[in-house]
Design a protein around this ligand. Structure first.
Ligand code: FEO
Length: 165
């Protein structure tokens, strides 16, 4: 059985993952408006992947006999300055999520909740991948700078992203 501190913290994480999905969907919308359909598709898949993260925590809370409370999801921003700005903000967001996961692990250790600690290890590894993949896109967008031809080639490449896990 989950203790109330872990239950509350994991419920917040469900909300945070749903917000991540909402944020990336909004980014996908912006990118589509810029005619960067490949990047829009990449971000849409990222939004779907965040839903699977939310459901992983949701299912875990149930598996431990806990109770899920769904709270309001904050409205995400709708406008950015460029594709680079979008991916920089996504990278900053993932760094925030990594901190949240680390705090959850700290709490699981403090509460001697080994099952939660074990479940959270998946998220620890996932955050390394999330940060790495978005950071590499940021770095390549910086290299491209203002060269439209190169941006269109990269957009096509981003559009080839395989289906979300
Ligand atoms: Fe669910 Fe991108 O962290």
């Amino acid at each position: 059985m989950l203790n109330s501190k872990l239950q509350e913290a994991l419920n917040k994480q469900v909300n945070a993952e749903l917000y991540s999905s909402y944020l990336y969907l909004s980014m996908s919308n912006y990118l589509a408006q810029q005619n960067l359909n490949g990047a829009a598709s990449w971000m849409r898949m990222q939004a779907q992947e965040e839903l699977t993260h939310a459901m992983k925590v949701f299912d875990y809370i149930h598996a431990r006999g806990g109770s899920v409370t769904l709270t309001a999801i904050e409205q995400p921003p709708a406008e950015w300055n460029s594709a680079l700005d979008v991916f920089e903000k996504a990278y900053e967001h993932e760094q925030k999520v990594t901190k949240m996961i680390n705090h959850l692990v700290d709490l699981a250790i403090a509460e001697k909740d080994h099952a939660s600690h074990n479940m959270l290890q998946w998220f620890i590894s996932e955050q390394v991948e999330e940060e790495e993949s978005i950071k590499s896109i940021v770095e390549r967008l910086k290299l491209i700078s203002n060269a439209p031809g190169a941006l269109l080639i990269m957009d096509k490449e981003l559009g080839m992203r395989a289906q979300a896990k």
